[in-house]
Design a protein around this ligand. Structure first.
Ligand SMILES: Cc1cc2nc3c(=O)[nH]c(=O)nc-3n(C[C@H](O)[C@H](O)[C@H](O)COP(=O)(O)OP(=O)(O)OC[C@H]3O[C@@H](n4cnc5c(N)ncnc54)[C@H](O)[C@@H]3O)c2cc1C
Length: 191
């Protein structure tokens, strides 16, 4: 039986894990939270939406609608769970983020071919044979695997001009504020 190691329990990792398991693969799913978190995640949940709970437009013939339709036809499990977690949002598909994560976690828990490892993967072994590795660690991959990657797009204000920063709470009324600021100069070390 094919062994697959999937690193990352955000959105891409669980989708890959569930699809691979449904095809008969033995899956080892690695997620570093809660042992180590990122600058943006707030929970240890699988499929945490780190920002907006909107999966964008459901208006026919828009690009986000087309992408979701293609994913539905391809059998996306996470999109099915998003549909099942939908909350009213006009022409968009928005989800109850807690319910969405809960449903995805339940799907993973009910799949005996998936073994969960709550640990940070700190190295990849290119010589390793027999196991396919899917790297699904997203934009906030831990420094051990991506020492030169970009950092969270929620920086301090110091390297930025702030003539009119846009401040907004993205999660809920009492959540942390994010500041969107125009960039004038490239900060030192910017990649
Ligand atoms: C601040 C912020 C705001 C964003 N806002 C939006 C938005 O509004 N809309 C939008 O579409 N996208 C937004 N994004 C992008 C968003 O992150 C992606 O759309 C989505 O989360 C990508 O899914 P993913 O599975 O690739 O990565 P993630 O959902 O980030 O999942 C990656 C997982 O890998 C884990 N991981 C990382 N390194 C390791 C390691 N070494 N070992 C084990 N586990 C590891 C992480 O803990 C995480 O759970 C935002 C990103 C950030 C940082």
């Amino acid at each position: 039986m094919k062994q697959i190691r999937i690193i990352g329990g955000g959105l891409a990792g669980p989708e890959a894990a569930l699809q691979a398991a449904s095809l008969g693969c033995e899956v080892a799913l690695y997620e570093m939270r809660p042992t180590r978190s990122t600058e943006a995640h707030q929970t240890a949940d699988f499929a945490e939406l780190v920002c907006s709970n909107s999966l964008k437009s459901e208006s026919e013939n828009t690009a986000p609608w087309l992408l979701k339709q293609e994913m539905r036809r391809a059998g996306s499990i996470l999109l099915a769970e998003a549909d099942a977690s939908a909350v009213p949002a006009g022409h968009a598909l928005a989800v109850d983020r807690v319910e969405f994560s809960r449903r995805v976690a339940a799907r993973i828990a009910s799949e005996p071919r998936i073994t969960i490892h709550r640990e940070e993967v700190t190295a990849l072994d290119p010589e390793e044979s027999g196991t396919l590795t899917i790297l699904a660690t997203g934009p906030l991959t831990s420094p051990a695997l991506a020492p030169n990657s970009s950092v969270s797009p929620a920086p301090t204000t110091s390297p930025f001009t702030t003539p009119s920063p846009h401040r907004r709470r993205r999660h809920h009324r009492h959540g942390p504020r994010l500041h969107s600021c125009p960039i004038q100069d490239e900060p030192e070390g910017w990649l």
